[in-house]
Design a protein around this ligand. Sequence first.
Ligand SMILES: [Zn+2]
Length: 862
Amino acid sequence: MIRHWIRYACSLVCAMNLLAPIDAIAQTDEPAAGVGWDLARMRAGNISHLRYELDLSIPATLAQPVTGTNVLRFRLADRTQPLVIDFDTESAAEAVVTANGVGVRTHVVNGHLLIPARLLRRGENTVRIRFRAGDAPLNRSEDLLYTWFVPANARRALPCFDQPDLKGRWTVTLEHPAQWQSVANGAERDRLKTGDRVRVRFQSTQPLPTYVVAFVVGDMQVETAERAGRKMRMFHRENDAARLARNREALFDLHAQSLEALERYTGIAYPFGKFDFVLIPAFQPGAMEHAGNIAYKAETLLLEESATQPERLSRASVIAHETAHMWFGNLVTMRWFDDVWTKEVFANFIADKVIVPQFPEVRHDLQFFLAHYGNAYAVDRSVGTNPIRQPLDNLGDAGSLYGAIVYDKSPVVMRQLEALLGEAAFRDGVRGYLQRHAFGNATWDELIAALAGHTKLDLKQWSRMWVDEPGRPVVRTQMEIVDGRVQRLSLQQHDPQGKNRLWPQQLRVTLGCGPQPRRIVIELTGRETELTHALDGCVPDFVLAGGDGWGYGEFELDARSQAYLLDNLHAIGDPLDRGVAWSALWDTMLAGRMAPSRWYGMAVLNLREEQDPQLVGEWLYDLNVVWWRFLTPERRIEHAPHLEALLRRRLDAATELGLKSTWFAALRNVATTAETVAWLQALWQREAAIPGLPLVETDETALAFALAVRGVAGAQELLDLQQARITNPDRRARFEFVRGAAAPEAAMRERWFEALADPANRRREVWVLDGLRLLNHPLRAQSSAPWVPKALDMLLEVHRTGALFFDAAWVDETLGGYSSPQVAAMVEHFVDRLPPDYPPRLRAKVLQSADLLMRAARVTDR
Ligand SMILES: [Zn+2]
């Protein structure tokens, strides 16, 4: 896409006669929109010793623009070409530019400022740009501004070289209302107060890629603490003192533990000097690894007293993940975003190691299985799946690379790689790679080269299958029993796409032979592997090819194993193998080889018994999906009294607060009987209580929405009352926005949805997603389905205007409540009629999001 050239006939700037004329620049040399691969390569080869001096003035009101100056200092190896600076804002043409002291007529092409070659020098150069900042990546609200520049959005706010392999040292000055706080990547150097304004200067940073440059300014409080001689600060906006007090020490501790573990693992001291973190309400991602000032979604870190074990684990995990990025991503950065997964895989993989000593009571191999496999399989079983590494021509499209394959399949693959090399050799290879590329950039191939010195295996070939190919193998168990004896037991590998691909991997097959299942380790390299010899006369009750949560694939059960597991899964002693068996049955149901009602019977049977809190949390999530999307309304009416009684019983019997909260949330989510809905209403009205589980504001908000969606009488007043109950201004504003999507009247909900056509109403992305989830709740499917095509039509614009992850989440929340053939047909119709120039990865996201819908719509035997 080439944006139209705009020549400004006369801004103030043109009147100044010291301006140099624009050099003739051939149209063919114009840089394309975004940041193209060719431009990035050319600049990376030419520019070095990059420093920025950014000076921004942040006004007290939203109506005023953020303005400032950015001084870019750098060395050029060659000065024959015009210099291309990225600056993609509406007001870019009004920027005032001087190059090496000479005024330059502002020349904007496709979101870039062009500096004539004639004004450049070989060696040291200075370009000074006075500008008005673009608002989108600044996330401004009345009393808060926070930047989120990943993957290449710094250029939408300020002029810079927005590519990961041009690292610069940033010296930032922020001028803002004196009553506000501010934090940037560098430590605060000094501050000067003048009237009601303050000018804060920050120390120069280490070389940073633009995507981790960040600052936050606004009405915040600051908590400080010291751990192991390191001072840390936490910036936040929480006004609930108890909530803050409950979490404060844990947050500092978790960061300190993560830092210590990372320093030990990498052998490299924390590289970025000071250490702060910022809690941002309704922050779009879970967190972002800004160097020296990590940003988090406040809701993920400030837990309730009744937080579940999965919530505590996920909080520790996100902190370890972001901390790991200080080394993996920030210290050593991918050269280009096609390798973005390398920083994400290390962050997740190392985070999994870091949290082990923090939760001694948890089975971490089970945690690894539950945290990654379900998410990765959900994408890899869809027709829209993608490989871990994807080619990328332009950083403007980098946002569409992210997803469960990058975050969840790649740790599974990395664990295999570690097993192939051995833990110590793997760690040594990683250390060497970090040392060699510190404060620089590296590719995946350079990491493989660093690791190849530690093994005789052909890592390139291995990497090609697991990293560059999409999908997963089907591994089918074949067991032939004649006269009560196993004649033959084998595993057969198939390529579901019929391309004859083979995925080499180690499996730890579990054989249900007696009370202590037997484990055999095999290398699955060919099409078929025979296991008969390993049986030793045993006729196994079941065979789990993915045993021990180790292998990756669709593990097709043989008939005997399937029949046994449906009735006896709970009898397996090892919780990890119970999780693996459950996952295999889930795949069986989704593949259409088992009726959802049969799966449901198995699930209820096991949820009656299961004591492992990790499995309970995961299984209740799957149960909720099947309940709403794979069972018919008639089946739900038939099963509801029994299911609700079971969940209520387990809620009452649970002694641990987090488990109680898990069972209660499950009951609230599936509740349909008049009796249970009335009880939920009494709880919300504070006329009833759950012994041992105090309900707090966030519980009451969730209850209010659950009741509204169930169409209880007086829902509008109920929502009014709930809004009045919320005392935190950020949470109240969010509720006020979202409630329209849960309104009792369809016309009101339609107005809420229609308003999203205006990009201004989509700016609070987390709020929009909350609303879409309520709007498209299965109980509202009838009235909301007609809006699905419009939401799909809006996707391209949402993709263009929204931040990272928003497009995928938009389509997830749009389709997440449906299961009917009619809505499936709407999606098919949409996909079939996409124009050839529709972004292919966006199309793939639709297919990924629609996978459960398509499977549910195909089910004839429920
Ligand atoms: Zn990350």
